[in-house]
Write a protein that binds this ligand. Structure first.
Ligand SMILES: [Zn+2]
Length: 320
């Protein structure tokens, strides 16, 4: 990366066209913590408003697309319950409006039960638990299918995101599988994945695998999702939005997790979830993100610069 500014980046986990991925794997009663029923789908208009915010603030990072969201159907085919045109429109918007700012990635296949590749059926066991028993070969098969589905759907994915703690217990096999699948489907030698969240001094990406000329960067989240709580309350007041934004960065830029990360020579890489921004339909989380980005711009604009995960990957490979 050029210049002396520290990269700041946004991780957006769990998006998918129309299907509300969080609803699909939420507990049996499918309610918010304050007892309201969870919304069971996300309208395309929400994506439009997210894109408006990204374009206005110049936010960059990585954006997941779950290929078989909740096991309900494939994004490159039919998802029962949602018209094909709405799925296509969502994918088109993502490509047209988010690609200039974000690198795309699958978040495994279903973000629910694992898919039995032999039968094509979704099993009860969650994908992350299944992943721990796999080696580099089976993980390569699983990841390749994720990339192929997105490729068929017109989404150029450059890396991977892990649902829950997918791959954390066998990260060496996991990292090699990332490189193998990316070369198999896209012919690329370089790729990245997001799996771990790290705090502490100097937290930034590293090279996790090198094999047969392929290189794989592991990019951690360094700031957890504190916007999540916005889905569990009906409070949408300006004070509430300010209160959450303050956890990240105060108006004067001096306090909060973002300046804290900078103070310990770490890169601020913020993890948020589609459901946090959606806030069960209230979209309070979008307003929080807008406020955070505005403060970053005003208070830290001379010190940090929004970067995509492709940028972070290239920087890591050039400066190891
Ligand atoms: Zn997720």
């Amino acid at each position: 990366m050029n210049g002396n500014k520290t990269p700041i980046s946004l991780i957006v986990d769990d998006p998918a066209p129309r299907v509300f991925v969080y609803y699909e794997h939420a507990g049996a009663d499918k309610r918010t913590l304050d007892g309201r029923p969870l919304r069971d789908n996300v309208p395309n208009a929400f994506l439009d408003r997210f894109c408006d915010l990204v374009e206005r603030r110049g936010i960059r990072g990585k954006y997941s697309v779950v290929p078989i969201p909740g096991g309900r159907g494939r994004v490159d085919g039919e998802i029962p319950g949602f018209p094909r045109e709405e799925i296509a429109a969502w994918l088109e918007t993502v490509n047209a409006r988010l690609k200039p700012f974000f690198d795309f990635c699958p978040e495994m296949l279903t973000h629910a039960g694992y898919l039995d590749l032999a039968t094509g059926k979704m099993m009860d066991e969650q994908e992350n638990l299944w992943s721990f028993r796999q080696d580099a070969e089976t993980l390569t098969e699983y990841r390749s299918l994720a990339l192929e589905i997105l490729k068929n759907a017109g989404i150029d994915a450059t890396g991977f995101t892990s649902p829950w703690d997918f791959g954390e217990k066998n990260e060496d096999a996991y990292a090699r599988a990332v490189g193998r699948a990316m070369e198999r489907v896209w012919g690329r030698k370089e790729s990245w994945y997001f799996c771990r969240s790290l705090g502490g001094r100097g937290a930034r990406p590293w090279i996790a695998a090198e094999e047969d000329g392929r290189r794989v960067a592991a990019i951690p989240g360094t700031i957890g999702d504190m916007i999540w709580q916005a889905m569990d309350t009906t409070d949408t007041s300006e004070e509430y939005v300010d209160w959450i934004a303050d956890l990240y960065i105060t108006e004067n830029g001096k306090y909060g997790e973002i300046p804290k990360r900078l103070a310990v020579d770490s890169w601020p890489i913020l993890t948020v979830h589609w459901q946090s921004l959606f806030s069960n339909g209230a979209e309070t989380g979008l307003r929080v993100l807008d406020r955070i980005a505005g403060r970053v711009e005003r208070a830290l604009g001379d010190r940090v610069e929004w970067r995509s995960f492709g940028d972070l990957m290239r920087w890591t490979m050039e400066n190891r």
